[in-house]
Write a protein that binds this ligand. Structure first.
Ligand SMILES: Cc1cc2nc3c(=O)[nH]c(=O)nc-3n(C[C@H](O)[C@H](O)[C@H](O)COP(=O)(O)OP(=O)(O)OC[C@H]3O[C@@H](n4cnc5c(N)ncnc54)[C@H](O)[C@@H]3O)c2cc1C
Length: 246
């Protein structure tokens, strides 16, 4: 099971005071970046969410960080034999130490953005997050960020890959390339669970693509769409030569 981890380690206040009614909290922008372009320049390693969070006529915003390709893998188990019961989910977040180091690299990139000329105009002030166990650590050190990430991080709501697609022989896959469950006739899985860890951005659009593909596979296996041709008596069908003269 692949679960991304999201943390909002950076909260900031601008030098602006709001004069009118406070506008709602909103996600203003999303950025994708690659902290190690030498590995694969086209593959983003992190996503940054810029969230506007005005409060009490003051203007605040935060930067959320998603590490897109976590090395830590979770798993889930059936809890009971009743299919209506919830499964047991083991997220295993940050169990691979590389993930925390990748998150620190992402935070360093966020700080670079905040030090840019455009952001400097906002006269930013940092707001320390409420993470009491981290208070004794010096603000801004790697240990401080590690502590904050562990306390404010949570699942990024896009689980996938519990029934990955692949050949039966590899012993790890649940569905075939036609989305059929290995070993069971006439049962397909059509959702985010069949995804391999390939998605860079969010998962919804990929789910639509899987669903479109599944509808084609199902129609094809029932030979739907050819009813018209089947219903026309044979002599009336045009041969390719006749069609060319038509
Ligand atoms: C809070 C949140 C925000 C998100 N934001 C984004 C975003 O901004 N962009 C993006 O691309 N993705 C986003 N996602 C991810 C995206 O929603 C999922 O990747 C996508 O919905 C997965 O589709 P799915 O068909 O696999 O599962 P789901 O959409 O979860 O569909 C599963 C369906 O099965 C039904 N179901 C469950 N159990 C049973 C049962 N026993 N019998 C019958 N029906 C059952 C459920 O009611 C549900 O309708 C977000 C997810 C969350 C939770």
């Amino acid at each position: 099971m692949n679960l991304r981890f999201i943390s909002f380690p950076l909260h900031l206040a601008t030098n602006r005071t709001l004069t009118s009614a406070v506008s709602p909290k909103k996600l203003e922008a999303i950025a994708f970046l690659n902290t190690a372009p030498q590995t694969n320049p086209t593959e983003p390693s992190h996503e940054i969410l810029f969230q506007y969070e005005p409060k009490d006529m003051r203007e605040y915003f935060s930067l959320g960080l998603i590490h897109l390709k976590p090395s830590s893998k979770g798993f889930l188990k059936l809890n009971t034999t009743n299919p209506m019961d919830s499964p047991l989910i083991y997220t295993n977040f940050l169990s691979n130490p590389n993930d925390m180091e990748e998150i620190l690299r992402g935070i360093a990139e966020c700080l670079k953005i905040l030090r840019s000329e455009e952001f400097a105009k906002l006269g930013l002030r940092t707001r320390k997050l409420k993470a009491p166990p981290c208070d004794q650590l010096r603000y801004g050190t790697d240990d401080y960020w590690r502590c904050v990430v562990r306390h404010v991080g949570h699942a990024a709501d896009q689980p996938y890959g519990t029934c990955p697609m692949g050949s039966r022989e590899n012993g790890q896959s649940v569905v075939s390339y036609e989305l059929k469950v290995h070993g069971i006739e006439n049962l397909r899985i059509v959702d985010a669970s069949v995804m391999l860890p390939v998605s860079n951005g969010h998962t919804q659009a990929t789910v639509y693509v899987i669903a479109e593909k599944a509808s084609d596979l199902i129609k094809n296996s029932w030979d739907w769409g050819n009813e018209l041709e089947r219903s026309i008596p044979l002599p009336l069908r045009l041969s390719p030569a006749a069609a060319a003269f038509d």
